[in-house]
Design a protein around this ligand. Structure first.
Ligand SMILES: C[S@@+](CC[C@H](N)C(=O)[O-])C[C@H]1O[C@@H](n2cnc3c(N)ncnc32)[C@H](O)[C@@H]1O
Length: 260
C-alpha cells in the first residue's frame, strides 16, 4: 500500500534538509551534479533577465548555477523551510541575493503566477511528488508560451522493483514511485507540453550510489555508534538500488519539454 501523500511530502522535506543530507549527498542532491544541471540550463534557451524557476530547489546549488551560467533571475521553490533558509543564505554569500530568491511552496500548487516563467528546471524530485500529473499541469500553467521545462529524474520499472525498493524509505530515497522515462515524457505531454527530447544518464545514478555508500561506510568506520541501524538500513537500500540499476530496473533520465 502506498504511504499517504502528506506523509511522503513531509518525510521528503525532512530527509533532504540539513547537515546530514549535505554530508551524504554533497552540494547537489541529484545524480550528475553540476554537469547535468548545465545541460538542463542550456536546454532552456533562456537569456539575461529572463525568470527561471527551480522546482524543489533543495540546497539552492542548481538555482545559483543556472543564474551564473545563463544570466537569468531564478526563483527556487521547495517544501522544506530549512532548505529555503539555507539556500537564501547561500545566495547572499554568493552575492546573488538580488537575482536568486527562494520561497517555500509545493510543486503540486506552485506559488507562481500563470505564464510568468521563461523556463523551469526540476531535478531528482518529480519521483517524490505524490500527484505527478498535477505537478505537470503546474509547469504548464506557470510557463509562458514557448518556454521550456527541463527535468532530470530517477527512472524505474515500478512493477519489477523488489519490495525493499517500494517502502516509505525507498520513496524518500526517490526510488519507490519513480517512473519509466517514457512515462515521465507522457505525463508532461498529458499536462499540455510538447516533449522535445529525452536522454538516458543511468551511469550518473551509479556514481551517486557509490558515493553515498562510501560515506555510509565511512560513518560506520568512524564509529557513529547510535546511528548503526540507520547506516545498515541505508547501505541495504543502496545495495538493492545498485542491483536494480545493473538489471536495468532503475536509471536516471532527462526530459526537455516546451509549452506550445
Ligand atoms: C532529492 S532532493 C533534490 C533537490 C534539488 N533539486 C537538487 O537536485 O539538489 C528533493 C527535494 O524536493 C523537495 N520536495 C519534495 N517534495 C516536494 C514538493 N511536493 N514540493 C516542493 N519541493 C518538494 C525536498 O524538500 C528536497 O529538497
Amino acid at each position: 500500500m502506498s504511504p499517504a501523500p502528506a506523509q511522503v511530502k513531509s518525510c521528503c522535506a525532512a530527509a533532504y534538509s540539513g547537515a546530514t543530507a549535505r554530508w551524504l549527498l554533497g552540494d547537489s542532491f541529484h545524480p550528475g551534479g553540476a554537469r547535468l544541471t548545465s545541460r538542463l540550463a542550456s536546454a532552456l534557451q533562456v537569456n539575461t533577465g529572463d525568470m527561471v524557476i527551480d522546482v524543489a530547489s533543495g540546497p539552492g546549488t542548481s538555482a545559483l548555477q543556472v543564474a551564473k551560467e545563463t544570466g537569468c533571475d531564478v526563483l527556487g521553490i521547495d517544501l522544506s523551510a530549512e532548505n529555503v533558509e539555507d539556500a537564501t543564505h547561500a545566495a547572499s554569500s554568493a552575492g546573488l541575493a538580488e537575482r536568486v530568491r527562494f520561497i517555500q511552496g509545493d510543486a503540486e500548487a506552485l506559488p507562481v503566477a500563470d505564464e510568468s516563467a521563461d523556463g523551469a528546471i526540476c531535478e531528482c524530485a518529480l519521483c517524490t511528488f505524490p500527484d505527478k500529473a498535477m505537478a505537470a499541469e503546474q509547469f504548464t500553467r506557470v510557463l509562458r508560451p514557448g518556454a521550456r521545462v527541463a527535468i532530470s529524474d530517477i527512472t524505474a520499472l515500478p512493477d519489477q522493483l523488489p519490495p525493499e525498493l517500494t517502502s516509505l524509505q525507498a520513496w524518500v530515497a526517490c526510488i519507490a514511485d519513480a517512473r519509466p522515462l517514457e512515462e515521465i515524457a507522457s505525463l508532461l505531454q498529458d499536462g499540455g507540453l510538447i516533449v522535445e527530447r529525452t536522454e538516458r544518464h543511468d551511469h550518473e545514478l551509479g556514481a551517486m550510489l557509490a558515493r553515498v555508500d562510501a560515506r555510509l561506510k565511512a560513518a560506520r568506520l568512524i564509529g557513529a555508534g547510535m546511528l548503526y541501524p540507520q547506516i545498515a538500513t541505508g547501505r541495504e537500500l543502496v545495495a538493492a538500488a545498485q542491483l536494480a540499476l545493473a538489471r536495468g530496473m532503475l536509471g536516471y533520465g532527462v526530459v526537455i519539454a516546451r509549452k506550445p
